[in-house]
Ligand binder design. Sequence first.
Ligand code: IDP
Length: 147
Amino acid sequence: MDRTFLMVKPDGVQRGLIGRIISRLEDKGFKLTAAKFVQVTREQAERHYEEHKGKPFFENLVNFITSGPVLAMVWEGDDIITLSRTLIGKTSVTEALPGTIRGDFAAHTPFNLIHGSDSPQSAEREIANFFGPDEEVQYDKSVTAWI
Ligand code: IDP
């Protein structure tokens, strides 16, 4: 089973889209193993987006992600990194296709509602930035064999 870090960003929280975003992840058959509703600190935001340090939009991005609470989550599933990014849609809202979370709900970059890790290495780093080693819940879902 692969795992990833998914986060409803402050715009998703403010717009009341937490439930609908989680529904899409559940509909796909992914398994939630950890969730935390938090205010991201500046240090945490800079660590989370460290690959973008030095880019022109970095400061705005850190300001955005610390502007209100987020829902940080860990989800599991086979190939979940690729599958969840397909479900999320393209970074730029003008390229995100209808049917994807961003394509259906987001209208302005960087307000694109949800973050998803782009590699197993990023996932591990991002999970460790938000969760301690004992905060994930291990359990079986009886439908797994049917997904
Ligand atoms: P991703 O979230 O689709 O993985 P990344 O390239 O990792 O995309 O960028 C992280 C976040 O930074 C994006 O989701 C978006 O909110 C913001 N962002 C990315 N590129 C730009 C840009 O060119 N201008 C403004 N914000 C951007």
